[in-house]
Design a protein around this ligand. Sequence first.
Ligand SMILES: NC(=O)c1ccc[n+]([C@@H]2O[C@H](COP(=O)([O-])OP(=O)(O)OC[C@H]3O[C@@H](n4cnc5c(N)ncnc54)[C@H](OP(=O)(O)O)[C@@H]3O)[C@@H](O)[C@H]2O)c1
Length: 169
Amino acid sequence: MSAGRRVLIPGGTGGVGEGVVRACLAAGAQVVVPTRSERRAAEFRRILGAAASDRLQVVVHDYTTLEGAERLVAGLGEPLDDVVAPIGGYWGGRPLQAIDAADRQRVFALVLGPVRTRSAGDAPPGWISADLIGEVAVAVSASAEPGREIRLPDSAAAAKVLDLLRGRG
Ligand SMILES: NC(=O)c1ccc[n+]([C@@H]2O[C@H](COP(=O)([O-])OP(=O)(O)OC[C@H]3O[C@@H](n4cnc5c(N)ncnc54)[C@H](OP(=O)(O)O)[C@@H]3O)[C@@H](O)[C@H]2O)c1
């Protein structure tokens, strides 16, 4: 992901999402984070503090139905370059890569082990951090890799993936 790219991060207010949002902002991207409530929007801005630059747009919108998601994207105006979706909970449908509409884009599924989020600060060092997940999302976007599943069980695996994506592996 390079400076100026426009990325939508549904689930960005969450523990994993925080790391993705921070990494995308640090990479210079324009970041749009939808959230289902004003309360969560305000809380998230407080959590980010100075990292919540003017390149961050937090939009209160229910995107949890297909119609809601379509309205969200239509209302954004400018086209999106990337979507990273660390959304809470499990979805009982097909894997994301198998969604028919996805064949026009590269789609990656980052399969996570337990994550060191802001609410699991004293987790073992081997757990992957939300910040590292963000780095992988940025590196995936910047790479020419075809879409696929990427397994990230722990921080060592994530470091190897990052080396490969950055052409050092
Ligand atoms: N944390 C871990 O250790 C871990 C490990 C492996 C996999 N994962 C996966 O990573 C993803 C994110 O986990 P997380 O720990 O960051 O979760 P989280 O802190 O609960 O955050 C999830 C975010 O998703 C949004 N969301 C949208 N629709 C939702 C719905 N129907 N129900 C609940 N939340 C919804 C919420 O945003 P708003 O409330 O602002 O709308 C929330 O901030 C999940 O799919 C989880 O299974 C997490």
